[in-house]
Write a protein that binds this ligand. Structure first.
Ligand code: ASP
Ligand code: CP
Length: 525
C-alpha cells in the first residue's frame, strides 16, 4: 500500500475522538462513496483491498445492524473479518478483555477491533493498555472502534445519524432544530449527540422525556456549553401543545435491559409519554422526518407501524447509511482514505501534570500567631493552609486523611488554627528532620488539599515554598476509584485498569466512562 492516510491507526472511543473537521471529512467522503455505490461506479479508489487487515467483531452485547454493517463494510475493503464468539470464548472462564485482546492482536499484521460491551470505557482502556503492549512486543498497534459501551456512547451510530440529518437538510449546516425523545437517560446514541450535533452551526434541542428518562446532567451541560439552545418537555403531548415544533425527530427505544426495578415498574406510563399517536400527526411541521437508531420494540414500538409507510419515515434510509459511513470509517482508520483531508489533525493529549508552583518566601516576624501550639521546626517540612476555608471538623478530617494517605507516621505535630490575617481556619502539619516529601506524595497532597503550601525549612529558615494546585489529572493512587460499577476501571470489573480522573469544570470525569465525580467522590476513603 502507498503511504497510509493521516487517520491510520487512530481509535474512536467517543465522537470527540474525531474533530469536527475530521467528522465533516467523514460525511463528505461517505456521500461520495454512497453515490458511487448506488450509481454502480468505480470504487477502487475507496477500497483498501488488503486481507492482511483483520477486522474483529467483538460483540459482548447483542446487535444486528452495527455488527452486520461493520462486517459488510470490512468485506467491502476485502479485509479478513473475524467474528469473535464471545459466548463460547474464555471470557466465560473469567478471562479479562485485556488478556483476550493481547492474544488476538498477535494474529494479524494489522487489526481493527469493533467492540460492543456493557462495560463503559472499554475502548479507551484497551487503546492505552494494548497500545503499550504492542510497542513492547513490536506489533503494529490496532485501532479500536466503540460500537456502543453501556449507557456511555455509540460514536459510529452518531456518524451515521449526523450523515442522515445532513442528507435530510440538503447538506445545509447552518442550523438544526431537533427533538430527542424516548430514553434519554440510558440511550447512548442520545449521549453521543452532545458532541455530534456540533457539526451544525446553530443547534436547538428539544428534550422530550419524563423525568425518569431525562438526559443526564453531564450531557445536558455539554450541550449548553456547546452553545445549543435546550428546552425540556415531559411528553410528546406537552411538546405538541406549543407552536415551536422541530422538523427533525430522533426517537430512542426504552433501554429495558439497563433499567432498575424502580423504573421498570413504571415502563408503560413512561412509554406512553414518548409514543406517537395518530392525533399527533397533524401537529407536525411540513417536511418533518422521524429518525431512530433502531431496533424498535416490535410489541410496543414508540413509532407505531402506521407511520412506517408515511413520508415521515427517515429511519430506513438512516439505517442503510450505517453501511456507507462505516465503509468510510474503516477506510480512514486503515489508511486508504484521508489523503485528501486538508484540515488539522486532532491529537487528544492528556493535560500536563502542572500543579506545583514555587512562590516567593516572604520574611516573617518570629511570633507567628497562627502556629500557636506547634513547635517550630529547625529543619524539615511544614505543610500549611490545609483545607483553608473549610469547617473546623472538616479540616481535622482532612489532616487525618493526609497523614494516612501519605503515610506521614513520623514524630511530628499538627493542628487546626485560625489564620492571623482572617477568620479562615486551616490545618498545619509540621515534620522535623524530613528533607522532602518526594514527587508522588506531593502530587497526592495537591490532590487531597489543593491550595496548601509546602515549606522546606533549613536552619530555622523557610528556604523554599511551593503552592500546590488541584492537579489536572488524578491517577496512579490506590485510594481513588470510579463510582460507576459498569466502568472498565471499577475494581468490580477486575480488568486491572487503574482509575484515572481528568479535571472538567468544577469537578472531575473518569477518563474511561466520563462519569462526572466531585472531588470528594473520587477518593475511596
Ligand atoms: N442499537 C442502539 C444501541 O445499541 C439503540 C438501541 O439499542 O436502542 O445503542
Ligand atoms: N443501531 C444499532 O446500534 O443497532 P443494533 O443494536 O442492532 O446494532
Amino acid at each position: 500500500m502507498i503511504q497510509p492516510g493521516p487517520f491510520f491507526g487512530r481509535s474512536v472511543s467517543v465522537v470527540d475522538d474525531l474533530s469536527l473537521d475530521e467528522q465533516w471529512y467523514l460525511y463528505t467522503k461517505t456521500a461520495q462513496i454512497k453515490t458511487t455505490i448506488l450509481q454502480g461506479g468505480d470504487l477502487e479508489a475507496y477500497r483498501l483491498g488488503d486481507k492482511d487487515l483483520s477486522v474483529y467483531l467483538i460483540f459482548l452485547e447483542d446487535s444486528t445492524r452495527t455488527k452486520e454493517s461493520f462486517r459488510n463494510a470490512a468485506l467491502f475493503h476485502q479485509a479478513t473479518v473475524s467474528d469473535f464468539d464471545a459466548a463460547r470464548s474464555s471470557v466465560n472462564k473469567n478471562e479479562s478483555l485485556i488478556d483476550t485482546l493481547k492474544m488476538l492482536v498477535g494474529y494479524s499484521r494489522r487489526s481493527i477491533f469493533v467492540i460492543r460491551s456493557k462495560v463503559e470505557g472499554v475502548c479507551r482502556a484497551l487503546e492505552a493498555s494494548i497500545g503499550d503492549y504492542c510497542q513492547v512486543a513490536g506489533i503494529s498497534p490496532p485501532s479500536f472502534i466503540n460500537a456502543g459501551d453501556g449507557r456511555h456512547e455509540h460514536p459510529s451510530q452518531e456518524f451515521l445519524d449526523e450523515f442522515s440529518f445532513l442528507e435530510h437538510r440538503g447538506w445545509k449546516r447552518d442550523s438544526l432544530h431537533i427533538v430527542l425523545t424516548g430514553d434519554l437517560y440510558f440511550g447512548r446514541t442520545v449521549h453521543s449527540k452532545a458532541d455530534g450535533l456540533r457539526v451544525f452551526h446553530k443547534v436547538r434541542v428539544d428534550l422530550v422525556a419524563p423525568p425518569e428518562l431525562g438526559l443526564p446532567e453531564f450531557y445536558h451541560h455539554k450541550m449548553l456549553e456547546a452553545g445549543f439552545e435546550v428546552r425540556l418537555f415531559t411528553s410528546i403531548d406537552n411538546y405538541l401543545a406549543q407552536d415551536d415544533v422541530a422538523d427533525v425527530w430522533y426517537f430512542t427505544r426504552l433501554q429495558l435491559e439497563r433499567m432498575g426495578d424502580d423504573v421498570l415498574d413504571k415502563v408503560s406510563r413512561l412509554k406512553h409519554a414518548v409514543t406517537v399517536r395518530t392525533d399527533h400527526l397533524d401537529k407536525l411541521p411540513a417536511l418533518c422526518k422521524f429518525f431512530h437508531p433502531l431496533p424498535q420494540n416490535r410489541i410496543a414500538p414508540t413509532i407505531p407501524d402506521f407511520v412506517t409507510p408515511l413520508s415521515l419515515n427517515g429511519w430506513d434510509e438512516q439505517s442503510r447509511n450505517g453501511y456507507f459511513t462505516r465503509i468510510t470509517l474503516i477506510g480512514m482508520l486503515s489508511g486508504v482514505l484521508g489523503h485528501d483531508y486538508l484540515g488539522p489533525l486532532s491529537r487528544h493529549q492528556l493535560p500536563a501534570d502542572d500543579f506545583v508552583q514555587e512562590v516567593q518566601v516572604k520574611p516573617r516576624a518570629k511570633s507567628d500567631g497562627h502556629k500557636t501550639g506547634i513547635k517550630p521546626v529547625d529543619d524539615g517540612i511544614v505543610i500549611d493552609h490545609i483545607g483553608a476555608g473549610r469547617q473546623v471538623d472538616q479540616v481535622w478530617k482532612l489532616l487525618d486523611k493526609i497523614r494516612r494517605n501519605l503515610q506521614l507516621d513520623y514524630l511530628s505535630s499538627h493542628g487546626v488554627f485560625a489564620s492571623v490575617t482572617s477568620d479562615v481556619v486551616k490545618g498545619l502539619i509540621s515534620i522535623p528532620d524530613l528533607p522532602d516529601l518526594g514527587f508522588k506524595k506531593i502530587k497526592k497532597l495537591a490532590a487531597l488539599s489543593p491550595g496548601c503550601t509546602l515549606n522546606i525549612v533549613r536552619g530555622k529558615q523557610v528556604m523554599r515554598k511551593y503552592r500546590l494546585h488541584m492537579p489536572p489529572r488524578i491517577y496512579n493512587f490506590a485510594e481513588i476509584s470510579c463510582r460507576n460499577e459498569n466502568c472498565i476501571s471499577h475494581p468490580g470489573q477486575h480488568e486491572g485498569v487503574n482509575a484515572e480522573f481528568v479535571r472538567r469544570g468544577d469537578g472531575f470525569v473518569c477518563r474511561y466512562c466520563e462519569r462526572p465525580h466531585t472531588y470528594d467522590d473520587i477518593w475511596t476513603d
